[in-house]
Design a binder for this molecule. Structure first.
Ligand SMILES: Cc1cc2nc3c(=O)[nH]c(=O)nc-3n(C[C@H](O)[C@H](O)[C@H](O)COP(=O)(O)OP(=O)(O)OC[C@H]3O[C@@H](n4cnc5c(N)ncnc54)[C@H](O)[C@@H]3O)c2cc1C
Length: 458
């Protein structure tokens, strides 16, 4: 191992997504010398790829209270989660909005997803770039302006421990391994959606079929490094779930369903209420023949989708199109879809929309309880092949409300913090849209603050 003391810092942060960068801004503002290590050549991880809907409360765009928001959070997590983290999220949400606004991250509207009694999800304009890319870009320059060093292409591999206290990491750079010493370490290396071994060990049978849409660095490195130091984990199995209808040919997420599309399986039948949470749609899809389906939509839906943040970020999938529904059905028949049954399904759905009654799945809105249904009626018509992909997993390292990593006995591991998708517990068995980037930002702030505090007192 080479000796390289040039990058020693008070706080070392592993990962430069929303959690790592937010923590870096906060730790530097508290006076700490901060070093961020990023394994990939580009910063940003999954955050950069995301639409960055962020669920927040008590903001100028969404005045709903913390108490109301907390109720919704607990409901969407089916009351089976680490509730002190839910309370912390709701409590910190308005402060986080203020800080983001001050840094130059301006939300322009809100959106109501399934499991929300109010439109809690805040959306960026997307005019400059996709939502997540904007968050990462602004946070990165804010961190650098506060003196944070960010070193890319440097992959943390092990925690360095001294008498049970974490005092740094070893990391690989350019094929060599270096020790990086610090007074505290903050693991913000994202999730484990690309780690087949962890999925096999913790996921339900069949979970390996889930296609990851996440950043290349989502290998669970921080999780494994924490576990090697004795960390406990939370909600690992419940968290291994599909979350994103995905075009398997391009690996791109497709959410045309929320613009009005219907989901049709190879037998030409609908199999879910398309306005439900996309996680539920994906679980239902895994149970269909060949775990495959198509999203079928028309020109008007396509144009409406293009106006949304999802439509701006989730692009690049392969569409089949035709001027007539019959042509579309023939087109998808080549991939094994029953053309006659598909046509009959579209016709009966259109009739249900026109007469105001989808008795088959009781769909009443485009998404959750909002948006008026449209028939699939305006040519040209489109279809996209989909499988169940994922944008995140729930489970991760066990943490307390200081974002201190807890060992398997529930005791904090001295000098070790974590934030974002590396952690588990907040979501438990459920999920509300916009709470993953939200969790990374909110808990990243808390973790950065406490890692800096520990560094200043040790
Ligand atoms: C397509 C897509 C759309 C999404 N849309 C939304 C949305 O609208 N709202 C929402 O709430 N959530 C959304 N999500 C989920 C959300 O983006 C992520 O859960 C969240 O951004 C994770 O942030 P993070 O900082 O924890 O991890 P990441 O953003 O993944 O950052 C982790 C970083 O750590 C780096 N890293 C990994 N291992 C190491 C190592 N050993 N050493 C150094 N660096 C390492 C990674 O390369 C990465 O840059 C979406 C995800 C995707 C993929």
């Amino acid at each position: 191992m080479q000796k390289d003391t040039a990058y020693n810092a008070d706080v070392i942060i592993v990962g430069s997504g929303a959690a790592g960068l937010m923590a870096a801004v906060e730790a530097a503002a508290a006076g700490a010398k901060v070093l961020v290590l990023e394994s990939e050549a580009q910063t940003g991880g999954s955050t950069r790829l995301s639409g960055a809907y962020v669920a927040l409360c008590e903001t100028p765009l969404q005045p709903g209270t913390r108490a109301e928001f907390l109720d919704d959070l607990l409901e969407s997590h089916q009351h089976d989660c680490q509730k002190d983290l839910s309370r912390l999220y709701a409590e910190e949400a308005p402060h986080t909005w203020k800080q983001l606004d001050g840094l130059g991250i301006h939300f322009v509207r809100t959106f109501q997803f399934a499991h929300m009694s109010k439109p809690w999800a805040h959306e960026l304009s997307g005019e400059r770039m996709g939502g997540g890319a904007e968050i990462v870009t602004v946070l990165e320059s804010a961190a650098r302006a506060r003196g944070v060093a960010i070193v890319a292409s440097t992959r943390a591999r092990r925690l360095i421990l001294d008498n049970g206290r974490v005092i740094g990491v070893t990391a690989e750079r350019g094929g060599r391994t270096f020790p990086y010493r610090s007074r505290s370490v903050l693991l913000a290396s994202g999730g484990f959606t690309r780690n087949r071994d962890l999925i096999r060990n913790f996921g339900r049978p069949g979970a390996e079929q889930i296609l990851p849409l996440t950043g290349e660095g989502s290998r669970g490195d921080g999780l494994v490094m924490g576990m090697a130091a004795g960390a406990g984990t939370a909600y690992m199995t419940a968290g291994v779930a599909p979350t994103a209808p995905t075009d398997p040919a391009t690996g791109k997420g497709v959410m045309m369903l929320y613009a009005g599309a219907i989901a049709v399986n190879k037998a030409g039948k609908r199999f879910c209420r398309e306005s439900d949470l996309y996680i539920d749609t994906c679980w239902a899809a895994l149970a269909q023949p060949d775990a495959a389906f198509v999203q079928v939509y028309d020109n008007r839906m396509r144009e409406n989708y293009a106006q949304t943040m999802m439509g701006k970020v989730l692009t690049g999938f392969d569409e089949t199109s035709a001027g007539l529904l019959e042509g579309l059905a023939t087109g998808i028949a080549k991939a094994g879809y029953d053309a006659d049954a598909t046509l009959a399904t579209v016709e009966s759905y259109n009739e249900a929309v026109r007469t105001g009654g989808d008795s088959e799945f009781n769909r009443t809105n485009l998404v959750g309880n909002s948006g008026e249904l449209l028939p699939v009626a305006e040519p040209p018509f489109y279809a996209v092949h989909c499988c169940a992909g994922t944008t995140h997993f729930n489970g991760g390292l066990s943490v307390d409300t200081d974002m201190a990593v807890l060992d398997v006995f529930g005791e904090p591991i001295p000098g070790l913090y974590a934030a974002g998708e590396t952690t588990g517990g907040f979501h438990g068995v459920g999920y509300m849209s916009g709470t993953f980037v939200g969790m990374a930002l909110i808990f990243g702030r808390v973790a950065g603050r406490n890692a800096a505090l520990t560094a200043s007192t040790s």
